[in-house]
Write a protein that binds this ligand. Sequence first.
Ligand SMILES: NC(=O)c1ccc[n+]([C@@H]2O[C@H](COP(=O)([O-])OP(=O)(O)OC[C@H]3O[C@@H](n4cnc5c(N)ncnc54)[C@H](O)[C@@H]3O)[C@@H](O)[C@H]2O)c1
Length: 425
Amino acid sequence: MTECKVAVVGTGYVGLTTGACLAEFGHDVVCLDIDSNKIDRLSSGEIPIYEDGLQHLVSRNTEEGRLRFTTNSAALDDREFAYLCVPTPRRNDGSVDLSFLESAVDSLRPHLRPGAVVINKSTVPVRCTRFVEDRLRRPDVSVVSNPEFLREGSAVADFLKPDRVVIGSDDREAASRVASLYLETRAPIMITDAASAETIKYVANAFLATKLSFANSVAALCEAVGAEASEVLLGIGYDGRIGHQFLRPGPGWGGSCFPKDTRALVHIADEAGYDFALLRSVIETNETQFARVVDRIGQLAPGGLEGASITVLGLTFKAGTDDLRESPALEIVDRLIAAGATVTGYDPTVIDAVAPSWDVAGDPYSACEGSDVVAVLTEWDEFKDLDLQKVADAMRGDVIFDARSVVDRARATRCGLRYAGIGTR
Ligand SMILES: NC(=O)c1ccc[n+]([C@@H]2O[C@H](COP(=O)([O-])OP(=O)(O)OC[C@H]3O[C@@H](n4cnc5c(N)ncnc54)[C@H](O)[C@@H]3O)[C@@H](O)[C@H]2O)c1
């Protein structure tokens, strides 16, 4: 493999994983960020995020001289490729805030060498590759779309062995050069036009969110008709056209991508004159799910939510990450507090208080002290192995509400707990 000189602009969940994995493939990588504190921590060997396998990869590649961190844009001067991995948050109307991308592009302009390729990994509205080209004002530089599909919690494994690599550009030579960066992955590489690549990213997330909202709707149906959602979803999943993945009911979907990307796609469609009613309904179903979970906890608390003491186990938006952005658990905590409950949370990756209105405990058992209802809202493995007798002994009440189907129901019952879940009798 030819070793390439790569820059990664934006060293967050996507950028740090991208930089570390490309270095692991043998490329010479420099990661840039405007956050000097983050760069200082990374340069001293500290990983600012929790992501399985990332520490090891960063340490090894830093020690072997293939990976370094800086705030100085001059590091771009000799780079053949520059990845953009900066945030693209949502605005209130669902549209995408491109200000981080704009300033990143501005910082690239004076430094890129002729013939360099800018690779956009940030999730951006359709035709943004053209927008980046126009803003860059460097006709001697190509801009290529290369959306990222990694999942937090398995980001390293997903990057090293992706299901596919999508590259969008009308410049076939630039696209082939980008493809060569991924040869080590042995994944199918799809080269398409930029607008299609950008659309693939949004549509992939929209489909996954649709599956989750569908599973939650099926769970609600099962509760109404007296069927077991886990059995029903297992039963349909055996059909090869449906599959088992992403068909588990839960407290609602969240995280830094699905909420913003689904709303962005509705907005993009609207602006183009198409009413994406199905996707609007998927988003609404998710909002309803948060409300359903809060109502259910209220029904399970002996005197309702007013004055109830609720323990929330799991605060991150999914297991395997420390990411709290748009976490369903936090949305539910806010609603519980608004309804008059006192909340204590616990999460393996959250040490400090998240908000002044509720406490975060240092271990799951002290979080359950005096609790009326324990609600499991993130599917951490640790919660599968809880000492349920210790949980029962610590509680004032006796209800465990398992929104992620991770607790062993029979064991909970043996320990004197009343088990409740989503889509189950
Ligand atoms: N997190 C995910 O799972 C995921 C998956 C696929 C795609 N994406 C997309 O990737 C992009 C980045 O997401 P993330 O979760 O890594 O974000 P993040 O917030 O974790 O990291 C972004 C980083 O960019 C830095 N930054 C901002 N402006 C900069 C600039 N001008 N120059 C240099 N650095 C700058 C920030 O300081 C931060 O460290 C988003 O568009 C997101 O939608 C995210």
